[in-house]
Design a protein around this ligand. Structure first.
Ligand code: NI
Length: 171
């Protein structure tokens, strides 16, 4: 099933998500399939469970947007164990549609996570994948990318969102 994406303003996006404790269950398998489906429907390259209202430490990434199954990545209980250098580039988020900002992130990020069976693995991403790792793991810690932009820009975005909410255009 396709979930609708939770938008900025919902408390679930700004709280710490809980670790997954049970693996290899039909529920977890279905949830992850639904996360990919919801992400593709929204034309995103990454999605964290809180973005569909589920406060669990799960993220999915597919930089190919469903073109190449080999690029599907599932991160459960991920943590960043190494980051190197910096890159600055435009970043957006499905929970903040219509906004994009320059965000500085590590250029290389190594994550340690568990797969759907609970088996631990490590993976290193460079450039766009490093950005996706950092962005999605931030989500699991209740952080949106706008926490990495200047207070001035963040306030501007908040004000614009408030206007959209008032106009009934933020849903
Ligand atoms: Ni996001």
């Amino acid at each position: 099933m396709t979930y609708s994406i939770v938008l900025f303003g919902e408390p679930v996006l700004e709280k710490q998500a809980a670790p997954v404790a049970e693996f290899d269950t039909p529920e977890l398998n279905t949830l992850i399939e639904d996360m990919f489906e919801s992400m593709y429907a929204a034309k995103g390259v990454g999605l964290a469970a809180p973005q569909i209202g589920i406060a669990q430490r799960i993220a999915v990434i597919d930089l190919s947007v469903a073109e190449d199954p080999a690029q599907k990545i599932v991160l459960i209980n991920p943590e960043i164990i190494r980051k190197e250098e910096f890159q600055t580039g435009e970043e957006g988020c499905l929970s903040l549609p219509g906004f994009r900002e320059q965000v500085t992130r590590p250029k290389s990020v190594t994550v340690r996570a568990q797969n759907i069976k609970g088996e631990p693995f490590e993976m290193t991403g460079e450039e766009l994948l490093a950005r996706a790792f950092a962005h999605e793991i931030d989500h699991l810690n209740g952080r949106l990318y706008i926490s990495h932009v200047s207070a001035l820009k963040r306030d501007l975005i908040r004000r614009k969102v408030r206007k959209l909410v008032k106009a009934g255009e933020w849903s």
